[in-house]
Design a protein around this ligand. Structure first.
Ligand code: HEC
Length: 172
């Protein structure tokens, strides 16, 4: 059977417009409507609490609220990821893209929020340790400690080949 050329062309146009729409949605996730901060503890705190409130992000794929954590983080954890981190995790590539942001809420057994621990991948920030900017905040967003933190890296570094991520194996 011969398919008329105009039908083939129409089909190609439909496919292409689909691809373009997809590309736009991929490159402009909602939270980039507010410019992302650099490796700056205070600006990052403002960004996750007000600029693009992390509680409106998706949770870590497959994890819900108050899942069981281990030392030194909370007994109960809820972990939010921005769109960049979410799609990197879902891709199964084994690394998170630049701009990935993870905010983990740490709770007591009574579900009192005690702190937020954050990992933010900033291009070129610290190539020797995966370009992660590490930070710990009070629930109100006050930075307690932040930067290229040895105390975080010495433990997360055990999973260096997993892009310093502990929650799960990234490579699928
Ligand atoms: C003694 C080991 C250890 C230290 C130190 C540590 N973490 Fe973690 N971290 C973990 C483990 C284990 C998990 C997986 C969740 C869980 O079971 O608690 C985790 C998970 C995380 C996550 C979720 C993403 C991921 O890697 O899975 C973030 C964000 C995080 N930690 C931030 C920090 C920050 C910031 C510091 C330093 C202030 C820090 N961590 C120090 C062990 C550690």
């Amino acid at each position: 059977m011969k398919v008329p050329l105009f039908l083939l062309l129409a089909f190609a146009v439909v496919l292409l417009s689909g691809a373009v729409t997809f590309a736009i949605h991929e490159t402009i996730p909602s939270e980039t409507q507010v410019a992302m901060p650099g490796a700056d503890a205070q600006k990052l705190g403002e960004y996750i609490l007000r600029g693009s409130p992390y509680t409106q992000w998706k949770m870590w794929p497959g994890k819900g609220r108050f899942y069981k954590g281990t030392e030194p983080h909370g007994v109960l954890l809820t972990t939010y990821v921005n769109d960049t981190a979410y799609s990197s995790i879902r891709s199964g590539r084994g690394v998170l893209s630049d701009g990935s942001l993870i905010v983990k809420e740490n709770y007591t057994p009574e579900k009192t929020l005690t702190s937020l621990t954050v990992m933010y991948k900033v291009k070129g920030y610290s190539p020797k340790a995966g370009n992660w900017f590490w930070a710990k905040y009070t629930p109100e967003g006050k930075a307690e400690t932040a930067g290229d933190l040895e105390m975080c890296i010495q433990c997360h570094g055990k999973n260096k080949e997993n892009d310093y991520i502990m929650t799960e194996r990234l490579k699928k």
